[in-house]
Each structure stands twice: as C-alpha cells, then as structure tokens.
Design a protein around this ligand. Structure first.
Ligand code: ADP
Length: 433
C-alpha cells in the first residue's frame, strides 16, 4: 500500500517536474505534451503489469511470479508468498490423504466408498478381493449393477438394516461367506465394510459338530451303563449273582469307554492350549522298549510284534506327549490287525534328513479316499469296528497335534487288505547323537 502510494506520488511528482521543465523550456504547449507523456507512460506501465499478472495467473501452478519493482514488486512478492503457503498446505493435504489411503489399504477388511448414486468412488484391495471386483475397471460403476443379489439390494435400500451386518454369498466370489455393513456418511455417501467370514463360519460349524459328536459319543455308553445298572437293580432279588455280575461288568466296560473318551478330550484340549513342549532329550531306545511292552500286553500274544531300532539317538521334545502319540499309532496297529498279523515298530535316523518313527502292520488297511480325513476328530473308516475295538475316534487327532507341536509330520501309506504304515517324521534339529 505504501509502495503503491509512493509510486503514485513519484509519478505525480515526475509529471509535475516534467510539466514545469516543459513550461520553462518550451512554453505552455511543451508542458502539456510532457504532462500527457508522463501520464500515458504511467498508465501504460500499469496496463503492462496487469497483463503480466493475467498471463501469470493462467500459467501452471508453481510458475514463478513475474519480477517487478515498486508497488507491483510488492504485489508479486505477496502473491509469491501466498502461492508458497498454498502449495505447502496442498503438499501436506496430499501426504495426509496418501497416509489415509495406505492405512485403508493395510486394513484386513474391505472398505468401499459409494457416492449418492451408489457408484463406487473408491475401494481398497481387500474389498476388490472379497467382492470379486477390479478397481481399475469397476470404480465409477454402480455397485447395484455389479452385485445383483436381491438381499444385498434390499439391504442397501432399507436404512433400518444398516446397524446389522448382512451375511452374503455372492456369485462374483463363489464359496466365500461375506459379512457386509453399510454406514451412511457425508453428502449422501455410503461407507461399505466387507469382511470375509468363511473361516470363522467353518470354525463355528466345526465347534457345533464337535459338541454334537461328543454328546453322541457319551450318550451311547451312558444309556447302556444306565440300562444294565437298572436291570441289575431290578433283578437283585430273583436273579443268580453271576448274572448280576455280568450286567455290572458290561456297565463297567461302558463307563471305562466314557472315561477313555474324556481322557482323550482333555489330552486334546491341553495340546491345543498348553505352551510348546520342553526340549528335553528323550532316550528313544527306552521309550520304544516301553511302548513295545505295552502293545505286547494289548495284543495278548495274538500278533507277532517286533522292534527295529536303527540309531540309538536322542529325540528332543516332550516325553509325555511323544509317548502318547507313539503308543496311539502302535495301539491302532494292534486293534486293526487280525490275529496272527505282523507288526513292526521302527526308529531310524536318516542321515541329516531327520528321524522317523514308523509302525507297520499287516492289518485291514485303509482305502485311499479316507486317508486325508483320518486325523479329523471322530472320523472313523468303520464306526462299528472302531467302537468294537474300543476306539474313541480321537487317537490320530492327538497324534497330529503332538507331531505339529514338534514340527514333525505324519505320513500314512495304506492298502486295503494288505496293511498300513504310519510314520512320524522329525526334523534334523530334534535329533541328538
Ligand atoms: P479310533 O479310536 O477309532 O481308532 P483313530 O483316530 O485312532 O480313532 O483312528 C481313526 C480311524 O483310522 C480308525 O477308526 C480306523 O478306521 C483308521 N485306522 C487307524 N489306524 C489304523 C490302522 N493301523 N489300520 C487300519 N485303520 C486304521
């Protein structure tokens, strides 16, 4: 302002001086010409500066302001400062937006922004994956044209639904269960949150099946036990004691079955919740000898059971857990091998490749289609036979858990009618000379 005033004053003084000089030198006409020239010069300069300003305003952002002296210099300097400030603010806003986008991309859930016409304004990668969309193609399209499931359209149309998530199976991503939640926000826009709940639903189904299975497994022996105890009670007065003893004996057997089932369930639960096993060195020879004696007792002389120990090494792990896993495999061999069959327990260390405990039997074998499901809880090839053999259907599930806790793998080879080989393969870092 001061500079502009100074410039105006200077122009007036200059004009007056020029007029005076002209008046003295050349008379009145000369003075008028000089004054007119000065005023014209003044206005032409202003016009030139205005034109430079207009030209600069039309240039791309970031173009340096024109340089000038005096009042125009002050104007251009002020504009330059404001421009710098604005671009710093713009830069900061861009960085914040970028940070927000990165955070939204990193979210494990899908996020989508719909405009007032339900066209996709933006979505993160997870939303693309969940809904089977492609950002580069589908952004700008109406979501109602891409996802046509009636329940989804109803959900978007009904504001009452918005507090409650929608469970959706979409043709765009078959086989997945999705949970969607819409929330309205600024200027008629909608924020759509998408979560893939396939795994959660599988777990919920597994939990439901498990509870149903346990109840069913306990119900049968409990009913039988109750039945025999009640019969024994009713028959106390007029039945010979040997017969009553038989009833009670059956009741005891069924109670033992229940006890075994509960023991196995507790073992499984502790395997799932306990901290990793201690790394104690286990004397494999002593462990195998114990198990061999146990299965000899279980077989009661009905099978030929041999022990092959090809490497008196130590195995690092939990003796209690490994004993339970190895005994389960050996026990199964006895229970699923007809009398007179052959069973071999074997331990061998495969150079630097690790160690292998295997149980080979010449028993009934298992058809290929069952192999991948054997370690599921309560999965049995032949339910009747397993029950007859005193099985709970949890043995191999326990084995699998124990081996996983020791970074070991369970390998199963089997042929119906010819027998099976169950092997626990341990990584080299668990073997000690
Ligand atoms: P179970 O208590 O029924 O034996 P497991 O989990 O130990 O339960 O085994 C699951 C199923 O795998 C058994 O019911 C049986 O059908 C099959 N199986 C396990 N071991 C053998 C084996 N050595 N020979 C044949 N079938 C076996």
């Amino acid at each position: 302002m001061n500079a502009a005033f100074a410039e105006l004053l200077a122009a007036i003084v200059l004009t007056a001086l020029a007029a005076l000089a002209g008046w003295f030198a050349a008379g009145e006409i000369g003075a008028e010409v000089m004054t007119l020239s000065a005023v014209t010069f003044f206005f032409l300069r202003q016009l030139w500066m205005v034109l430079r300003l207009i030209h600069w305003a039309g240039c791309p952002l970031g173009t340096p302001t024109p340089s000038a002296s005096g009042a125009w210099g002050a104007v251009f300097d002020a504009l330059h400062r404001r421009g710098r400030l604005a671009s710093a603010e713009r830069e900061q806003a861009t960085q914040e937006l970028d940070r927000f986008r990165r955070a939204a991309e990193a979210l494990p859930d899908g996020v989508m922004i719909l405009d007032g016409h339900r066209a996709i304004e933006w979505m993160n990668l997870q939303a693309e994956v969940c809904l089977g969309l492609k950002g580069s193609v589908d952004t700008g399209s109406r979501i109602t044209h891409l996802l046509r499931e009636p329940e989804f359209l109803d959900y978007l149309d009904s504001p009452d639904h918005r507090g409650v998530p929608l469970q959706l199976h979409t043709q765009r991503n078959p086989g997945r269960s999705l949970q969607l939640q819409a929330a309205p926000f600024a200027a008629g826009r909608t924020l759509l949150l998408v979560r893939d709940v396939t795994q959660l639903q599988k777990l919920a189904t597994m939990r439901r099946d498990f509870v149903a299975n346990v109840s069913h497994e306990l119900k049968t022996p409990l009913t039988v036990t109750l039945g025999f105890v009640e019969t024994a009670l009713d028959a106390l007065d007029d039945t010979p004691p040997q017969e009553i003893a038989q009833y009670l004996q059956t009741a005891v057997e069924q109670a033992r079955r229940m006890q075994q089932l509960i023991d196995d369930l507790l073992t499984l639960s502790s395997l799932e919740t306990d901290s990793p096993p201690l790394e104690e060195p286990i004397d494999v020879t002593a462990l195998l000898t114990d198990i061999w004696q146990e299965v000899q007792a279980l077989s009661a002389g009905h099978h030929h059971i041999s022990l092959e120990n090809q490497g008196p090494r130590r195995l690092l792990g939990s003796a209690r857990e490994l004993r339970s896993a190895f005994a389960n495999l050996a026990g199964n061999a006895v229970r699923y091998t007809p009398d007179g069959g052959e069973i071999v327990l074997r331990w061998n260390v495969e150079g630097t490749a690790g160690g292998r405990f295997s149980v080979r039997d010449s028993g009934i074998g298992i058809a290929r289609e069952h192999l991948s499901r054997l370690t599921e809880r309560f999965y049995r090839v032949d339910r009747g036979r397993s029950r007859e053999a005193g099985g709970t259907g949890l043995g191999l599930a326990i084995v699998k858990h124990v081996l996983e806790r020791h970074q070991a793998a369970l390998q199963i080879e089997s042929e119906p009618g010819r027998g099976s080989v169950f092997s626990a393969v341990f990584p080299p870092h668990r073997i000690q000379p």
